[in-house]
Structure formats: C-alpha cells, structure tokens
Design a protein around this ligand. Structure first.
Ligand code: MGD
Ligand code: MGD
Ligand code: SF4
Ligand code: MO
Length: 734
C-alpha cells in the first residue's frame, strides 16, 4: 500500500486484454503518475499499448462505481453494502422459491477473464444457483475454437499456438493481432514479433475481407468473402491430399482419422470453392503448397473465422491443415503452452482422458445444445420472453454488457425491463446495468490481487507472474470473490450475514481434495495463511507442473516474473482424448461438413457487414476514458469506393444500414482497404441509453452494430453467434 511523497514503483499485469503485458506503474501521494511497459517482464519485455496507460483514467474515472446502487422509483441511488445485500435477499430467493432454479439466469462477460476473483468464484455462484441458464461472451467469440480444439486434443483449453519466434511462415486468417494484440494466443507485441519474422527471411500472409493493420505488415494479403473460410480451408485440405502433400511428421503415431478427412473434403475442389470464397483456385493451391513445403509454418485464425455460420468447421480445418502438413507440435510450428497453474491439460492422466462432450442439456426455447456448461448467449432474450416452466425471470450479470455486445440488443433491453429482478456485478451504470435493480461494483484493478488463470494456457512463452494491489480498496467494499460468495449464500438460503471467509474455507477444502488427493491435508496446511483467490493460486502453483508457490512468484514480481521458457512439444502427454490420439475426424464435424457442401453454390449477397477493432477501444466499456476517447471518431462504417459510388455516397455521409426490420445509422468512411461488397462497423458502441452514467462515452455515442444482427443466426455446433458476413442494405439517410 502506498502513501508516500517520493514516487514508488510497482509492477503488475495489465488486465485489459489477452496480451497480459507487464506494467511499471509509478505512484506518488496515492496517485498514479505514470504507466509504462515493464522492460524486464518475461512475457511482454516492455511492450505496452495505449489502453495499458489508460488504467490511470479507469482508476480515476468519476463514473466508475464505488458504492452499490439500488433502483428506487426508477432511479439508481447509492446504498451501503449491507443495504444492497439485504435488497438482494429480499428479492432474489422468492423468485427461486416460486419458479425453480432455472428461473434465474447468469451471464458473465469478457472482463471476468481478467479478474481472478470473478473467474475463480463465478462457478461457485453458478453451482449454488443450479441453473441451466448460464450464458457468457464465449458464444460471441471463441466457442467454435474451443469446441474444435476440445474435440481434437481432448480439452477445451488445449489450444495450438503459433511458435512465432521460430517460424518461417505465418498465415493469419480472420484476425488482426496488430490491433487486438492477439486472441486465444497471448502474444504481446505481435507487431515486433511479426517484423522480426520478416527480418529473418520469414513470410507472413494475411487473409481478411479488410486490408488490415496486420495486412500492412505482411508480404501479401488476400480478400476473402466473409463467412466463407470453411470453403478456402476445405479446398486447401483437398489440395494437400490431391497433390500428395500429407506429411504428419513427429505426431504421425498420434493422429487418427486422416482417411475420413480425405473422404469428407473430396467435394471441396479449389475450382468449386474459389467462386464461393473469392480466392482463386491457384491461390488456394499455392497456400496449401506453402504450408506443406515450409520447414516451419503456422496457420493462425481467430474471431473472423469463429463468428460465422461455419465457425467450428473453420476452426477445426485450421488445425487439420497444421496437422496434415507436419507443423503440429513442432518447434517453429504450433505448440501448446504448459502453464504453472490451473492448466487443464497438466492435470489428470497424461496422454488420455474423457475428451469433451456437448448437449448434456438443451435450451428450452430453441433447443440449442449446451456447450462447455453454457447455452448460447443469443438465446437469452427468448428465454426471458417465452412463458412457461423454466422461463428466466431474474438475471445476474457479471462484468457483462450484452445489450451492446450481443445480437439484437434492443430486444434484449426490452426483455431485461420485464424481469422480476436483475442484479449486476459491474463497475459502470451502462446500457445493460441500467436495467438492474441492484448493482454491486467491483474494485479497481489497481486495488486487486491478480494472477492470470486462463491466458498462461495460451501464451507464446511459459511464465508465472502475479500482481498485487497498489491501493487500498474503499472501506467496506468487499473483493469481488467475497461479493460472489455472499450472493451464493443468499441463494442457498444461508443469509446475507454469512461470513464469506467461512464459506471460502469450506469450498477450499473440496478444492484441495481435487488438486492434491491424498496430499490434501498437506496442501491445506501449506496454504493456511491465505484466503480467497490467493489461496487458490498458491495451491494451484504448488500442485502445478513446476511445483512453484505463490511466495516464489511474488518474489519475482519486480524482476518481471518467472520465465519458464519457450514452448516445447507436448504430444502425446498433452492429449486428453478417449483414444489418446489427436482425433482429426470427429463425427460431428464430418457430419457438419455436409452442411457446408450443400452451401457450396450458396448465394453471394450484394453487400454484407463485418466488425472491426481499434487499438483505443476494448469491446463496449472503455469509451468513457478520456485518454482513449479523444482523437478521430472511430465508429465509422468503412465502405469500398465502388459500393459508395453505386449508391451515390461520399465520405462523411450518414447512411442507414438495414437487415430486415433492424436498422442503424452510421457515418461512412470510403476506403479501398475494404473488399468490395463488404462494410465494416465496429462493435461496442451506441452509448446513448437513457439512465446510463457514462459522461465521456455519451458525448460521441456511435452506433450499435449488434442492433442489426439476428440472434437466431448461430453456428449450430458451438451456439456461437454469427456476427459477420450478414447481408445488409445501405442507403443514404434522409
Ligand atoms: N458485432 C460484434 N459483437 C461482438 C464482437 C464482435 O466482434 N462483433 N465481439 C464479441 C467479443 S469477442 C466479446 S469478448 C464480447 C464482449 O462483450 P462483454 O462480455 O459484454 O464485454 P464488454 O463489452 O467488454 O463489457 C464488459 C462489462 O464489464 C464491466 N466491467 C469492466 N471491468 C469490470 C470489473 O473489473 N468488474 C466488474 N464486475 N465489471 C467490469 C463493464 O462495465 C461492462 O459492463 O463482445 C462481443 N460482441
Ligand atoms: N484494441 C482492442 N483489442 C482487443 C479488443 C478490442 O475490442 N479492442 N477485443 C479483445 C477481444 S474480446 C477479442 S476476442 C480479440 C479478437 O481478436 P482478433 O480476432 O484479432 O479480432 P479483430 O481485430 O476483430 O480481427 C478479426 C478480423 O477478422 C476479419 N473478418 C471479419 N469477418 C471475417 C470472415 O468471415 N473471414 C475472415 N477470414 N476474416 C473476417 C475482420 O476484418 C478483422 O480484421 O481482441 C481483443 N483485443
Ligand atoms: S496490449 Fe495493451 S491492453 Fe492489452 S495487455 Fe498490453 S497494455 Fe494492456
Ligand atoms: Mo472476445
């Protein structure tokens, strides 16, 4: 804790995106005076982006909530923590008692992945509720990638990562890591690493409907028609078989299903697929040959390939190509991380496991299958609107802003208004939380302990790093894990007065059994001085593959963390599939490929819409920070000159974008960086909701692309929403 006249220096991990950069923060008189990249950080080596520096603005933002709010007569008014918990106790248990467990839904959003208290305790709330209605941002994002990886390798978090510092060829499909700083791949300073790749004679190819900031660094760029990656990828696989380019390399003994893949991709000839995806047959063949001939190569794909109708198929075929060309589990190809703690594929029996399954239950209205314990977020509105047993009548949102981030926000907004009770764990009164009856704020990241649970499982280099609070949290404000345990106690009928620490002790005893089995008592004794997430981290580190402890990782904080070295081959030990092999041809995917085959000659709409990210934004919630909000307006619709001319439009015009009965207005920016026939509008905008408290963001609200999108359009296997490649019309606004 800090209260000094001379500046003090602190090191912590940036909690804002998956790059997880190490920061060096100087503090004086209890104020942040500077934030820069921590040069010694073992993972990020001094890199920082503008958002990292904006943590100061976040910490100081007057709109960031510091006390609970209760809605009284339509107005959100400040309340004490005791009053807020009492209000929850008054309103939530009766809903459960009258309508059963499924009548309370929970939705968890992106920042929860960066707040250890939320990430490690959310599950306890979901279990306490016992509801099937669990939703998250995963089905707006990476669920297809997780499903495909789970089917191939046996666990949802076994993600094959490009070995960027040692590769000769990197193909980037549907991702813009120069702006996003990487996703499902923790790779701070992607730009620096891509430049180094090219400087050592390597090649980078980008395939994207927009000539992106990442494409600007590449040797070549190809426009691809949105929503058609499955056709490009299947045709590449077809080519590998047709030209005898299959060479599995060191994993040859650990792969099954090659023949099934060959048979299933036979119909996808480059000639047939070229017209569908807008990439010539010759280019398709040349991409396949390049992957086959390069000694060290990696094909990387991300959200552009997930948020589409064939998201799981596309994600699967990416790793099929990586495997068939001998780059899986190869130095300079694709490798798997080996995290120091919480690694799902460092636990249990090495080399074999249960694998994954989906569809253990289904959503009530659309019958969408459960995937990784949750239902598609786009089903949330219909579950609230449709009467009958199991109707969602109360909702808990945890760091989630689905009114802006999920399809048909306006419909969701209307459904939230009709709930019997809504509780939000959030730090802003925004487009979603304005509907809540009670809002419980989380503490500022600078007041919080942190250890990344998920991202070391996807990091370009193995490491262990931890963050400590720089500032004391406001008096009486609980840490977020304590808040969650209190709510869990309320829904279990234990009452709001229950001591969170006692609940935590009981829960930890069970966790210790799971982690250490016969040695559980020893583990409990070794960690007895800790509580909450700190104790979980210590226990996970001690039982992890490097046998570290929290105090060892803490001791390395100011020297940039503990470097656990380059990624190394892990097959077969990593596998958790029932066969103990890489299951290259899962039945569900082979079957789904038939759906794509039906669509080989599918319609090619005149105009479709896709999304976009900007380095100064982070989904829907950082537009209120002055340092990021300044500068040119970013929520513009990018339109190719041909498309603009055809419709009599010019730069700066306001246009109406329409998808059936849904429409939004946006300002046009004409640019040939777009593929003709494709419009790009970023997501996370539309900050003009009445009752929200976002002074800076509401000055330039922007438009909500998700108001255009249809919640019924989903990848059927993963339940992921289709957020791109959706046909629209565009007319000049009157
Ligand atoms: N059309 C379109 N839509 C998209 C996408 C797209 O590409 N196109 N991308 C999708 C993707 S990848 C994602 S991940 C989702 C993200 O969508 P969401 O999961 O809804 O995440 P955010 O938009 O980041 O909103 C985060 C919420 O968490 C709150 N919050 C921030 N920090 C904290 C904290 O420390 N504690 C608590 N309790 N709350 C906090 C914020 O105030 C905000 O309400 O959006 C998706 N939506
Ligand atoms: N600055 C910033 N960084 C972020 C975020 C942010 O909002 N701002 N959000 C974070 C989150 S939650 C996530 S999940 C990651 C996402 O990280 P990325 O996946 O790198 O996300 P994007 O920058 O949206 O890049 C997706 C690319 O796919 C392209 N695309 C769209 N449709 C298609 C298609 O059908 N096929 C192909 N091949 N390409 C297509 C788009 O033009 C875009 O260039 O970024 C994270 N980092
Ligand atoms: S890239 Fe920027 S936002 Fe992401 S972790 Fe690094 S500093 Fe933070
Ligand atoms: Mo995301």
């Amino acid at each position: 804790m800090v209260a000094s006249m001379t500046p003090t220096t602190h090191h912590r991990i940036c909690p804002l995106c998956e790059a997880c950069c190490g920061l060096e923060i100087k503090v004086q008189d209890n104020k942040v005076i500077s934030i820069r990249g921590h040069e010694a950080d073992v993972l990020s080596r001094g890199y920082i982006c503008p958002k990292g520096a904006a943590l100061k603005d976040l910490h100081e933002d007057p709109d960031r909530l510091r006390t609970p709010l209760i809605k009284r007569a339509g107005e959100h008014v400040p309340a004490t923590w005791d009053e807020a918990f009492a209000e929850i106790e008054r309103r939530l248990p009766p809903v459960l008692a009258a309508h059963g467990r499924d009548s309370v839904g929970v939705v968890v959003g992106n920042p929860a992945a960066h707040k250890i208290g939320l990430l490690t305790y959310f599950g306890k709330l979901a279990r306490a509720l016992g509801t099937k209605n669990i939703f998250s941002a995963s089905t707006l994002d990476q669920m297809p990638k997780q499903l495909a990886s789970g089917l191939l390798f046996g666990h949802w978090l076994s993600i094959a990562l490009p070995d960027i510092e040692r590769t000769d060829l990197l193909i980037v499909l549907g991702a813009n890591p120069v702006v996003s700083n990487g996703s499902m791949w923790t790779v701070p300073d992607f730009r620096g690493k891509a430049k180094a790749l090219r400087a050592r004679g390597g090649e980078m190819i980008v395939i994207d409907p927009r000539r992106t900031e990442t494409a600007a660094l590449a040797d070549s760029h190809h426009f691809i028609r949105p929503n058609s990656d499955v056709f490009l990828l299947a045709a590449m696989v077809h080519t590998l078989f047709a030209e005898n380019l299959i060479a599995l390399g060191s994993v040859a003994n650990w792969v099954q299903g090659v023949d099934e893949v060959r048979a299933a991709t036979l119909p996808f000839t480059p000639e047939v697929c070229a017209a569908r995806c807008n990439i010539s047959a010759e280019t398709i063949r040349s991409l396949a040959r390049k992957m086959a001939h390069a000694k060290r190569a990696a094909l990387y794909a991300r959200i552009g390939t997930c948020t589409q109708e064939y998201g799981t198929l596309a994600s699967w075929l990416v790793d099929v190509i990586n495997t068939l060309t001998g780059h899986l589990d190869q130095i300079g190809g694709l490798l798997f991380a080996k995290p120091a703690a919480f690694g799902s594929n460092t636990q249990g029996n090495a080399g074999m496991g249960k694998g994954i399954s989906t569809g253990r239950h289904h959503s009530r209205v659309s019958q969408a299958p459960e995937v990784y314990g949750e239902l598609p977020i786009a089903c949330m509105a219909e579950e609230m609107e449709t009467a009958g047993a199991g109707q969602v009548r109360a909702l808990i949102t945890v760091a989630s802003n689905p009114v802006l981030s999920s399809p048909d926000g306006p419909r969701l907004s209307a459904a939230l208004d009709k709930l019997d009770f809504m509780l939000s764990l959030d730090i802003y009164l925004n487009e979603t939380t304005r509907h809540a009856d009670v809002i419980l704020p989380g503490i500022s990241p600078l007041e919080d302990f942190h250890y990344d649970v998920a991202f070391p499982q996807m990091s370009w280099r193995n490491h262990a790093r931890v963050s400590h609070p720089l500032f004391e949290r406001p008096e009486h404000q609980p840490e977020e894990w304590q808040t969650i345990l209190k709510i869990a106690a309320i829904v279990q009928g234990k009452g709001a007065q229950t001591d969170a620490n006692a609940l935590d002790d009981a829960a930890f005893e069970q966790a210790a059994q799971r982690m250490a089995g016969a040695h559980a008592a020893e583990l409990m004794a070794a960690t007895a001085h800790l509580r909450g997430p700190r104790r979980m981290v210590d226990a996970a580190l001690r039982t992890g593959p490097y046998g570290l402890s929290l105090s060892e990782v803490e001791a390395a904080r100011d020297v940039g963390g503990i470097d656990l070295g380059e990624l190394a081959p892990r097959i077969p030990e990593l596998l958790r599939t029932p066969s103990g092999k890489v299951e290259l041809a899962p039945a569900s995917l082979i079957q789904d490929l038939a759906r794509a085959k039906q669509d080989l000659n599918g319609i090619r709409p005149d105009l479709v819409i896709i999304g976009r990210r900007d380095v100064r934004t982070n989904n829907s919630w950082m537009h209120n920070l002055p340092i990021l909000a300044k500068g040119p307006f970013r929520c513009t619709a990018l339109v190719h000159p041909q498309d603009a001319t055809k419709r009599g439009m010019k730069d700066g015009d306001t246009v109406t974008l329409r998808n059936g009965s849904r429409s939004v207005q946006a300002i046009v920016h004409v640019t040939d960086e777009m593929m003709p026939g494709v419009v790009s509008l970023p997501h996370g905008w539309g900050h003009n909701a009445a009752g929200a408290r976002l002074a800076v963001a509401s000055e330039r609200p922007g438009s909500n692309i998700n108001a255009l999108l249809d919640p019924n359009l989903r990848d059927p296997l993963s339940g992921n929403s289709v957020l791109g490649g959706v046909p629209i019309t565009m007319t000049l606004a009157l």
